[in-house]
Design a protein. Structure first.
Length: 185
């Protein structure tokens, strides 16, 4: 038997250990944090849309609330006296659509605040109804002066038929006694 010196044995063992460590190693992993060019083409680019959404989400703006939500918060509706650019006809159209007032069968406006949808100041609506009804009575008086042979009821009925053609779509109209419906368009 051949005896190796102890330093040869430790050198041989050290070489064997180093050689075995060089062959055994952890596999290489490549981590990709971005999609490949083919994946980007297939999925599309939404960078512009994402920027717009980010800008829209942080832009300060008022929250849209309905008139009923304002009423539940205790905020009174805008008074008609504040609407300086609106005529009485504009205000009447708005209240007819809200069903706060209606076109009565006799040709006069009628307070129907019980059926009102949304916020409207009842006192201002009543003042508007009185003002418009006064103007209508004055118009019918003038029409009768122009045609004294026609009866006042016939003039009023004819005026109402013509007037109803111009009533705003969805306006509240009395079809029969206490039977109201929105004007179809």
């Amino acid at each position: 038997m051949i005896r190796l010196p102890s330093f040869a044995f430790s050198a041989f063992f050290a070489c064997f250990a180093f050689a075995s460590l060089g062959c055994i190693g952890a596999p290489e992993f490549v981590t990709v944090d971005r999609a490949t060019a083919l994946e980007q083409q297939a999925s599309g680019s939404f960078a512009d849309l994402e920027r717009k959404l980010n800008r829209a989400s942080i832009a300060p703006r008022p929250v849209p609330l309905t008139p009923k939500q304002f009423e539940s918060l205790g905020i009174k509706p805008v008074r008609f006296s504040d609407t300086t650019e609106m005529t009485d006809a504009d205000l009447v159209d708005g209240l007819l659509v809200q069903h706060c007032i209606g076109e009565g069968r006799d040709g006069l406006l009628v307070d129907t605040h019980g059926a009102c949808v949304g916020a409207a100041d009842h006192e201002d609506a009543l003042e508007l109804v009185q003002r418009v009804n006064g103007a209508r009575v004055q118009l019918w008086r003038w029409m009768h002066e122009q045609k004294p042979a026609a009866s006042k009821d016939d003039l009023r009925r004819t005026w109402r038929e013509v007037h109803l053609r111009g009533v705003v779509c969805g306006g509240w109209i009395e079809k029969a006694a206490d039977q109201w419906e929105a004007k179809p368009c």
